[in-house]
Design a binder for this molecule. Structure first.
Ligand SMILES: NC(=O)c1ccc[n+]([C@@H]2O[C@H](COP(=O)([O-])OP(=O)(O)OC[C@H]3O[C@@H](n4cnc5c(N)ncnc54)[C@H](O)[C@@H]3O)[C@@H](O)[C@H]2O)c1
Length: 268
């Protein structure tokens, strides 16, 4: 039950919660008793995840179609959450798009603008519209960043730039909102095993070998689970973390420690 963090009667809005890490966060918060609103462009998965979590309880879950790249839709989703649940205690900004890995010469300015609009401006917009409610209920913001904001990543200039922006934005907002009683933290996942990665592995000639290889990037010897990211968010959102604001919580199984690959690079 959520690592001892009771979220009964609390309301949490999660962007990009139709699958992957966002869906893992929704599961953990519903299990801790929260009422969760998933906001995502993917209605099919979002409706499925929300109804299955709602049926299991003990908390509640509902889905609202929302493109975080469109400010009016974000505003409406936040107002809808407060209208139907009466309050807002936590905003988890998580929705993101992932440009294909390639060198900067092959990346267009338009692609950077589109990615920025979802991955970074979308976070800013959701904070802007959620903060009046979060201040009222002394809530918190959790921004899903990435370990790549610290380490960079080969052929991922656009994605890394948006993730670096999230880290800096979170710290600046934490300073600004401290006096209002709203805490703002960033979570930086390393390798997390999501359905998207499972699908990627399934599409490879030797997906099993790729899987085993990626598992060895972590000193802990495996990737994280989406529920483990949810547990970290639940802790940060809870009263147990009431003195924690402005941090970047790295969730990586120590992938970044000790420089370089821990095994020779094989062919796949
Ligand atoms: N999986 C990892 O290993 C990993 C590592 C580091 C950081 N992250 C971060 O975690 C977050 C979730 O990643 P994931 O791996 O679960 O991705 P995912 O692709 O599995 O899920 C992302 C969700 O965001 C939604 N989304 C995309 N564009 C949207 C938009 N405009 N409006 C609303 N929803 C939109 C998608 O429909 C999807 O449901 C992202 O911020 C990502 O950068 C993931």
């Amino acid at each position: 039950m959520g690592g001892g963090c009771d979220f009964s009667n609390k309301v949490v809005l999660i962007t990009g919660g139709s699958k992957g890490i966002g869906a893992g966060c929704a599961k953990v918060f519903v299990e801790a008793g929260a009422s969760v609103l998933i906001c995502d462009v993917d209605s099919e998965n979002g409706e499925k995840v929300a109804s299955s979590l709602d049926a299991k309880g003990p908390g509640h879950c509902q889905f609202e179609k929302c493109d975080v790249g469109i400010p009016s839709e974000v505003n409406n989703a936040i107002d809808a959450a407060v209208e139907s649940c009466g309050r807002l205690d936590c905003l988890i900004n998580n929705a993101a798009i992932f440009p294909r890995f390639r060198p900067i010469d092959e990346c267009s300015v338009e692609e950077f603008e589109v990615t920025l609009r979802v991955n970074l401006i979308g976070y800013f917009v959701a904070c802007k519209f959620a903060l009046p409610y979060l201040r009222r209920f002394q809530g918190s913001v959790i921004n899903m960043g990435s370990l790549t904001s610290v380490l960079g990543h080969h052929f991922a200039t656009i994605y890394c730039a948006t993730k670096g922006g999230i880290s800096a934005f979170s710290k600046a907002l934490a300073i600004e909102e401290a006096k209002n009683g709203v805490r703002v933290n960033a979570v930086l996942p390393g390798n997390i095993l999501t359905q998207s990665r499972v699908n990627l592995e399934a599409s490879m000639k030797d997906g099993r070998a790729f899987h085993d290889y990626v598992e060895k990037w972590q000193w802990i010897g495996r990737s994280g689970t989406v529920e483990e990211v949810g547990q970290a968010c639940l802790f940060l959102a809870s009263d147990q973390a009431r003195f924690i604001t402005g941090i970047e919580l790295i969730l990586s199984g120590a992938a970044e420690l000790g420089y370089g690959p821990k095994v020779p690079v094989p062919e796949f």
